[in-house]
Design a binder for this molecule. Structure first.
Ligand code: C2O
Length: 349
């Protein structure tokens, strides 16, 4: 049986997984009786997600305005910035119990969207609605999130638009040592020499995208079905570059590495969504742009994967149920990524 969308009424206390203590914040969403099965609307105009280091001042202005409006929505509006951040907390910090069919939920097994094949699909849907909400708030249905191009030497620093303290894109809970010109450390190696870091990062990307995946689960993450204990095993990108970026930006002077370095708080930093847009891009690149001679098949066909479902509030604050099978193709979902070259493609170590 696939992992079922959680029952919002049963949302409970969440745990800070960095110190295993109960969290004193409530990260459960508003509840409602009306759940609609989501249908991806027909695509009239493809959205183009831009590389965050290359966007125009006009783009930054719009993005900032959208996030600012999101922060100003009523606190209990599910589209509010902090409600959106709490989605990550609820799905990742054990607030939801897994549903167990007729016998009801098994409290010993909480729902975890990391460290398994749910990682890419969950975060894709999360960003999808986040992007639509932002677009709606600025009346621009073509608005697309930027991606932090940390796999390319030109994008290996925190994108400048997130650094302006007066901007809605700013977050003060970040590692001071990771501010530009510091080069991102995708292997958490503590290498200080920027050129060596770049080389090491490209090698890591090559390994995660091409070399380290003997089968589809090596990239996507291990199977995770109803009744399984969480944390089956992450795929290569989730385990590697993805987690490193979280840790590298999270503030070591906060009690538990807030914001980006902790599941419950990660979504409070606008940079989270930009980081994850690149993670999402890695999935697309792996699916469509990487020669498949290394990985014999790139599709997971088990129904436990395809029929797994999640709940999100859409841009109209309607609660919707979405499935993994409806998010496997980003073009069908109405967005693509700016084409940037992939220097790691031939970075065989
Ligand atoms: Cu849900 Cu990057 O973590």
């Amino acid at each position: 049986t696939p992992i079922q969308a959680p029952v919002l009424d049963s949302c409970g206390v969440a745990t800070n997984l960095n110190n295993n203590k109960e969290l004193d914040i409530n990260c459960c969403p508003p509840t409602t009786d009306r759940i609609v099965d989501y249908r991806v609307p027909p695509v009239f105009q493809m959205k183009m997600r831009p590389s965050a280091h290359r966007v125009s001042p006009e783009y930054i202005f719009k993005y900032n305005m959208a996030i600012d409006r999101m922060k100003r929505l009523p606190k209990d509006d599910p589209r509010n910035f902090f409600q959106q951040a709490n989605i990550h907390c609820a799905y990742c910090n054990g607030a939801y119990k897994q549903q167990e069919g007729q016998d009801g939920p098994d409290p010993s097994k909480f729902l975890q969207v990391h460290n398994s094949w749910l990682f890419f699909p969950f975060h894709r849907w999360y960003l999808y609605f986040y992007e639509r909400i932002l677009g709606k708030l600025i009346n621009d249905p073509t608005f697309a999130l930027p991606f932090w191009n940390w796999d390319n030497p030109k994008g290996m620093t925190i994108p400048p638009m997130f650094l302006d303290e007066r901007s809605a894109l700013y977050d003060k809970k970040r590692n001071k040592d990771s501010m530009p010109p510091a080069v991102v450390d995708l292997g958490l190696t503590d290498i200080k020499d920027p050129l060596q870091l770049v080389t090491n990062n490209l090698t890591i990307m090559y390994n995660e995208m091409i070399r380290g995946n003997s089968d589809v689960y090596g990239f996507m993450g291990k199977a995770y079905s109803q009744g399984d204990a969480p944390d089956r095993g992450p795929g290569s990108v989730e385990r590697g570059s993805h987690t490193s970026v979280h840790w590298w930006v999270g503030d070591p002077n906060q009690p538990t590495r807030e914001d980006l370095g902790n599941f419950y708080s990660a979504g409070r930093d606008p940079l989270f969504y930009c980081h994850h847009a690149n993670v999402d891009r890695m999935w697309t690149l792996w699916q469509y742009f990487i020669p498949s001679n290394k990985v014999p098949y790139k599709r997971i066909t088990e129904t436990d994967f395809l029929n797994a479902s999640f709940l999100f509030y859409d841009e109209n604050a309607q609660l919707v149920r979405v499935t993994v099978q409806d998010c496997l193709d980003n073009l069908r979902m109405g967005y693509e990524f700016e084409r940037i070259d992939l220097p790691w493609l031939d970075y065989r170590p």
